[in-house]
Design a protein around this ligand. Structure first.
Ligand code: FMN
Length: 217
């Protein structure tokens, strides 16, 4: 049986149909360039192209990453939603600086964002919650994220009770539901290239405008 290291070495990477990108054809506005790449990923059928890696740090400087779903890109900000009692929300309440990462495999494209998160307005928070299906709302209302459970049954019972509540009160919005909006300070686009150096285009907000440069991969 080959070692894990040996098996990993045989795995191909950047196997998709990698587009040839002229870096300076990307929009000078990184949020627009991101939307263009996101739409291209949707067009080629990239699986779950809205899966977004979010990295935060806690009060002790301990970093943690997890996947969430990107819910919008608007006004130069990237948005996602979560429970205010979750680890990520607690981290962001103490330290709003965070990092976001996306990878679209069929295109060999990665985007990395560094910025500051803040919560959206009460009206937008409510609208996000109410736009979710009744079963999604029930599972979001069912328990406290990270709380210990004595059994799988206990969780299922909590979801069933929450579902009854959602059916009785269709306008109900979970008090702890939060939508976070990350204003970017740096955005980096990376395009894998099969037979040449990969492309990295880095945008940095200098306080007035976006400074954009091509950097070594
Ligand atoms: C594909 C996928 C999508 C997810 N979407 C979300 C999401 O939108 N919001 C969220 O809070 N958690 C989402 N999760 C769960 C998180 O990755 C994480 O496990 C959970 O939020 C607890 O993380 P935390 O304790 O670090 O806050 C998703 C997980 C996966 C795999």
């Amino acid at each position: 049986m080959p070692s894990i290291a040996a098996q990993l070495r045989t795995l191909p990477a950047l196997t998709g149909d990698l587009p040839d990108v002229d870096p300076f054809s990307l929009s000078a506005d990184p949020a627009q360039a991101f939307v263009d790449w996101l739409l291209a990923a949707i067009d080629v059928g990239a699986p779950e192209p809205h899966a977004l890696g979010v990295s935060t740090v806690d009060a002790d400087g301990q970093p943690r990453s997890r996947i969430v779903l990107l819910t919008d890109v608007a006004d130069g900000c990237w948005r996602f939603a979560t429970d205010g009692r979750s680890g990520k929300a607690q981290d962001l309440q103490g330290e709003p600086r965070c990092a976001l990462t996306m990878y679209w495999q069929p295109l060999g494209r990665q985007v990395r964002i560094v910025g500051r998160a803040e919560q959206v307005s009460e009206a937008e928070r409510r609208a996000d919650f109410l736009a979710r299906s009744p079963s999604a709302r029930a599972s979001l209302l069912a328990g406290v994220p990270g709380a210990s459970l004595s059994s799988v049954d206990q969780m299922q019972q909590q979801v069933r009770r929450a579902r009854d509540r959602v059916d009785r009160e269709p306008g109900l919005v979970a008090d702890d539901w939060q939508v976070w909006s990350v204003r970017a300070e740096e955005v980096e686009f990376w395009q894998g290239v099969s037979d040449r150096g990969h492309m990295r285009l880095h945008y940095r907000w200098d306080g007035v405008r976006w400074d954009r440069r091509l950097i070594a991969p």
